[in-house]
Design a binder for this molecule. Structure first.
Ligand SMILES: [Zn+2]
Ligand SMILES: [Zn+2]
Length: 281
């Protein structure tokens, strides 16, 4: 069975443009659809149309529209738009699109939603998510290791990330592709190099390019590595595998692929995520 990962959203939780923002990148993205970055999400699509969605961003409707351009996805019968969902954590860019699964919208039936025990507890205890469980729109399942269907094996990996509501996981897909959209710092994750080294393709948190992007902000408040640091930290690993940076904040200069900063990323042997980039598994 041929199987492909699609990057559905390369933006940070708020996407590009970001609501209320007025910097040049936001103003440009409001008039140029090619500059838009959607909320953070990927999916794994089998040739027979079976589809695992990893995180449900606020842009899920637009992401489904783009996915419908892929024949294998378009051939799916009406009904649940995905066969299973995996959630990494409860920051708004990664799960609030679940609201579209309720009875006011898609009204999915017993859609398997895999997540950690803390995320499970959070969804069951808080409105409006508890209603999705009570009405049978979603069925919560533990995510530690999951085999949604034959040939697809998912391992979740706890990573350090600010956890007001839940813990956070990275995702290993068939021990081939690693997806870590949010992490506080590579150095706070002891297994960072080891996990990156065991995957052929890694999609990694690249929210901010450098400290220059955040004048006046206390560095202790910034719970993401900077791209400048990431390029140095994984320089050796990038020589023998694809490392694709993703989860770009609207202020990140690499959102413009013609920027000098984007050029530096490519020169260092790393790649930049783009909506609907396809990676064969
Ligand atoms: Zn995020
Ligand atoms: Zn987060």
């Amino acid at each position: 069975m041929a199987r492909t990962l699609y990057i559905l959203g390369s933006g940070q939780d708020g996407g590009l443009p970001q609501l209320g923002a007025r910097i040049a990148a936001d103003m440009h993205a409001r008039v140029d659809p090619l500059a838009v970055r959607l909320g953070p999400s990927v999916c794994v699509l089998d040739d027979d149309g079976r589809c695992l969605l990893i995180d449900v961003s606020p842009d899920i409707k637009e992401q489904e529209s783009r996915l419908l351009q892929v024949p294998a996805y378009a051939a799916r019968p009406a009904g649940n738009p995905f066969d299973a969902v995996l959630l990494t954590h409860a920051h708004m860019g990664h799960y609030v699109g679940l609201a579209h699964f309720g009875r006011e919208a898609a009204n999915t039936r017993e859609l398997p939603v895999y997540c950690t025990a803390k995320m499970d507890d959070f969804l069951r205890r808080n409105a409006p998510w508890d209603q999705l469980v009570a009405l049978g729109n979603i069925a919560l399942l533990p995510a530690a290791t999951m085999h949604p269907w034959p040939g697809l094996s998912i391992r979740t990996i706890p990573v350090p990330h600010r956890g007001e509501y839940t813990d956070t996981v990275g995702v290993s897909i068939n021990n081939d592709i690693l997806y870590v959209p949010d992490i506080d710092d590579w150095r706070q994750w002891p297994a960072a190099r080891e996990e990156v080294a065991r995957h052929r393709v890694c999609l990694l948190d690249a929210t901010f390019y450098s400290r220059d992007e955040l004048p006046g902000r206390d560095l202790k408040e910034i719970s993401h590595p900077f791209i400048e640091d990431t390029l140095a930290f994984f320089a050796d690993e990038a020589k023998s595998r694809r490392i694709i940076l993703t989860h770009f904040n609207h202020s990140n200069p690499v959102c413009d692929p013609t920027s000098p900063q984007a050029g530096r990323v490519l020169d260092a042997g790393f790649e930049l995520a783009q909506e609907m980039t396809a990676i064969a598994l």
